[in-house]
Design a protein around this ligand. Structure first.
Ligand code: FMN
Length: 174
């Protein structure tokens, strides 16, 4: 090997949708629930695509599929909650992923919620709850990159995070 490492071309590695999906399944991450809407006009989704954008002004982004029930609610109400799930919230993650056909307000069952500034619902015992106003929405193919201006933060002592890796939920061990 040279001082700068060896570089080899691998023509077999050209990306297909399948190889890209498999690649992204290998990115371990925290799990969030995005809440949207109000009252009976409520839904939400489980999301791993949450990223901090900048501190000044405090801004986060999440990528939301435009065909999901949550996307139109975020566009209409102009606010959303980002809830970082704890390891005991696997049932909440499954509900908001729509497993077993759970839809709309029923996704909020078996958990306690509170409202901070915008009206978005925040999980009372989340690791962190972030209350956001929609700043901008950028459409890219099937998804929108939704930029949220942070209006309030709920920081209870939420315990260990729920993780997602290669199609399964897991817990942090260290
Ligand atoms: C671990 C995990 C992470 C997910 N991350 C995202 C995401 O970042 N963006 C997204 O649009 N959907 C994501 N999904 C899928 C949505 O949770 C799911 O499609 C949605 O809840 C279905 O909503 P609907 O029945 O309201 O259409 C994820 C699902 C799981 C299980």
């Amino acid at each position: 090997m040279s001082a700068h490492g060896r570089v080899e071309a691998d023509p077999a590695a050209l990306a297909s949708a399948e190889s890209f999906r498999a690649a992204m399944r290998s990115v371990a991450g925290g799990v969030t629930v995005i809440t949207a809407g109000a009252g009976d006009d409520r839904s939400g989704l489980t999301a791993t695509s949450v990223v901090s954008v900048c501190l000044e002004p405090p801004t986060v982004l999440v990528c939301v599929n435009r065909s999901s029930s949550t996307w139109p609610l975020i566009q209409r109400y102009r606010h959303f909650g980002v809830n970082v799930l704890a390891s005991h919230h696997e049932h909440v993650a499954n509900q908001f992923a729509g497993r077993d056909g759970i839809k709309g307000p029923d996704r909020y069952a078996n958990a306690d919620w509170l409202s901070l500034s915008t009206g978005a619902l925040i999980l009372a015992d989340a690791i962190i709850g972030i209350d956001c106003e929609v700043d901008e929405s950028i459409d890219r193919a099937t998804h929108s990159i939704i930029l949220g201006r942070v209006k309030a933060v709920h920081a209870p002592d939420g315990g260990d995070p729920l993780l997602y890796w290669r199609g399964d939920f897991g817990r942090l061990t260290r």
